[in-house]
Design a protein around this ligand. Structure first.
Ligand SMILES: NC(=O)c1ccc[n+]([C@@H]2O[C@H](COP(=O)([O-])OP(=O)(O)OC[C@H]3O[C@@H](n4cnc5c(N)ncnc54)[C@H](O)[C@@H]3O)[C@@H](O)[C@H]2O)c1
Ligand SMILES: O=C(O)[C@H](O)COP(=O)(O)O
Length: 609
């Protein structure tokens, strides 16, 4: 728990570090502008930096400074090992079988929600969360039950657990394949009904038959390996699958039509997306060999279930084995009741081992995300590996400051439509991921002029929503030691309240670099400066003449405003110069007026960083 002494230390930091009510609840007056902001990786890193902690210690800051534990709602059964992990970090509310209304009424008091496939995380859920929900964790692979667009719009990170149930799903696919081919379920049911029907349940052999794997991803590849072991000829269709993986397993990659028309068995392993919804339609069944057998352990929605029923009745499809359904549990039971259908109630991931693995995988992802880490399994945000993140941390701070600085130079009433960011870097473009930097520039530009809270998840979306186009350019630099030599932010087609910030082609232009690990301003318009981007800044253009530093410094000193640094840049000697003055306190109006009345001062602007 935070002590008042450590909290007062925090108040000496730039205010964006005192960012959440949880961080500094007893000092809301000291940080009123910032209390709405969530704790993000950026400000956690800034706090770590300001406290001279290494960036690897940063995630612990959340728990160090948080007065209350976060609350995590688990809406479907999760393995114990995952629950234990969650409980060591948060208050965990396991409420299963919630109605949509109950979920909406609970969610506004939750920081994270963990679901499996049975909970629909709709736009209404994000709206009802009123900004508190930061993470949705999907304990499994398929995220078709989460409205990703709404999550992104509300700045809520969605993470999944994509690896722990792969083998379970593949094994279930093979179990269904074999059970269907040998009528295991039907024969078992008949025996339980007291019958002995040896002639009725003659099956088909798998060896030598062609199996088409539709979707050659994690599960599809594992099914392929196992089917090869059964002596099947395996082909696959997946427009995005690497050919070398297919070669390594001995699988031939085919077009959709080739795969469905040559197969004796077809096993579905594609995600449900708008593009794959009902892709197995009447037209698709018409292309298949008569007597084909279909297994679906992916998603019910990829099949038009009415069309499947027709294909089963007409004999195009001899048998189907289904673990998943368009609606779960299925309301219309015609398909489930069909004598040639083997059905299981979405059991693909349901092994003890997979459920424990998924629970731990999702618990780690959710806890990490709540601590401000960028998740490796983020579904709606860029994944930034930790080593890249720690290298980019000072540039992240620089990017946000430059955005914040540039937007304050725009005169009121000018709508910002177009921003260009120029990165000077010696790195190979593939070695420099600018998504994080772009998000922080967007944050810096938008937050001071709106109510939006920007993070890595929603930065691009909110920029687009506000009609703000951000383009990026890379300029090669000689030095390749640093990831970025300089970042320039240019805003075009606006008026500036500080004419000297305009470049020759009329854009507001500010440029900065990282010096000694800290963000520095290196250019404003066509003036070179060299000031640390900390606290508050006064930019002042004056006639280049002796005594100006003393005059302006004197006015600030007389009014009890402490100058932290000063830099003068000029274009023409004895003509024009820019003075950049860092001040610890915000000068009052009178003090600023006095600076404006110094005869040689032609224009000045006060900027809050
Ligand atoms: N029944 C269960 O309990 C269970 C368990 C695990 C996974 N699943 C489901 O299985 C599916 C696959 O899971 P995964 O872990 O292998 O995912 P994955 O992302 O590793 O693989 C999916 C593959 O489908 C491919 N694909 C996407 N669109 C395609 C298209 N139009 N045509 C062909 N291929 C396409 C992708 O390129 C990818 O290689 C998902 O729908 C997942 O939800 C179900
Ligand atoms: O996509 C998945 O991971 C599977 O369909 C498992 O879903 P479940 O967690 O609801 O069993």
């Amino acid at each position: 728990m935070i002590s008042s002494s450590s909290c007062s230390r925090l108040t000496t930091l730039p205010p964006y570090t005192i960012s959440t009510p949880r961080l500094c609840p007893q000092f809301p007056k000291l940080c009123p502008r910032f209390c709405k902001k969530p704790l993000t990786i950026t400000n956690v890193l800034k706090i770590a930096d300001s406290l001279n902690l290494s960036s690897t210690a940063a995630p612990d800051l959340h728990s160090l400074f948080s007065r209350t534990k976060p609350t995590i709602l688990v809406s479907e059964k999760l393995g114990d090992a995952g629950l234990d992990l969650l409980r060591s970090f948060a208050d965990v509310d396991c409420s299963y079988n919630l109605s949509p209304d109950d979920l909406c009424s609970k969610i506004s008091s939750c920081d994270a929600l963990i679901v499996r496939s049975g909970t629909k995380v709709t736009r209404q859920v994000f709206e009802a969360a009123k900004g508190r929900l930061k993470v949705v964790g999907r304990a499994g692979v398929g995220i078709d039950n989460v409205d990703l667009q709404a999550a992104t719009e509300f700045g809520c990170l969605v993470v999944n657990a994509p690896t722990a149930n792969t083998i379970a799903a593949a094994e279930h696919g093979i179990a269904l394949l074999a059970a269907m081919a040998r009528n295991v379920a039907q024969a078992d049911a008949s025996m339980k009904a007291g019958k002995w029907l040896r002639n009725k349940y003659v099956g088909v052999s798998m060896v030598g038959k062609t199996l088409a794997i539709m979707g050659f991803g994690k599960v599809g590849s594992e099914v392929a390996r196992r089917a090869k072991g059964l002596g099947m000829h395996v082909v696959a269709h997946d427009p995005y699958a690497p050919a070398d993986r297919a070669r390594a397993i001995g699988v031939e990659l085919l077009s959709f039509d080739e795969a469905v028309s040559t197969a004796d068995f077809i096993s579905l392993h594609i995600p449900l997306t708008p593009a794959t919804c009902k892709v197995f339609s009447d037209a698709t069944f018409a292309k298949m060999k008569r007597g084909v057998r279909i297994i679906n352990v992916a998603r019910g929605g990829v099949i038009d279930e009415d069309a499947l029923l027709r294909a089963l009745d007409s004999g195009i499809v001899a048998q189907a084995a289904l673990d998943v359904f368009g609606e779960e549990p299925p309301k219309d039971s015609k398909l489930v009741q069909h004598q040639n259908v083997t059905a299981t109630p979405h059991l693909g991931a349901s092994t003890k081992e997979a459920q424990e693995g998924v629970a731990v995988e999702i618990a780690e992802a959710v806890v990490g995300a709540l601590q401000g880490e960028l998740s490796a399994t983020a579904v709606n945000a860029p994944m930034v590996p930790p080593e890249v993140l720690s290298e980019l941390a000072p540039y992240v701070a620089l990017a946000e400051k430059l955005g914040r600085l540039a937007v304050q130079l725009v005169s009121g009433g000018s709508g910002i439509k177009s921003v260009k960011v120029v990165y000077r870097s010696g790195r190979d473009p593939d070695d420099l991921d600018t998504r994080l930097l772009r998000a922080m520039i967007t944050k810096g530009i938008i937050e001071p002029i709106s109510d939006s809270v920007i993070n890595l998840v929603n930065a691009d979306f909110i920029a687009k929503q506000k009609g703000l186009g951000i383009s990026e350019e890379r300029v090669p630099a000689n030095s390749s030691l640093q990831p970025v030599d300089s970042i320039q932010v240019r805003i075009s087609n606006v008026n500036s309240k500080f004419q000297s910030a305009l470049s020759e082609n009329g854009e507001i232009s500010v440029e900065g670099r990282v010096k000694y690990g800290k963000p520095h301003l290196s250019r404003v318009g066509s003036f070179e400066v060299d000031v640390s981007l900390e606290g508050n800044l006064i930019l002042c253009r004056q006639v280049d003449q002796p005594g100006m530093i003393g005059r302006v410094g004197g006015i600030l000193g007389e009014n009890n405003v402490n100058v932290s640094f000063m830099s003068v840049g000029r274009t023409v000697r004895r003509k024009k110069a820019i003075m950049a003055i860092g001040v610890d306190e915000e000068p009052d109006k009178d003090t600023l007026n006095k600076i404006g009345h110094v005869p040689a001062v032609e224009e000045f602007v006060f900027l809050n960083l």
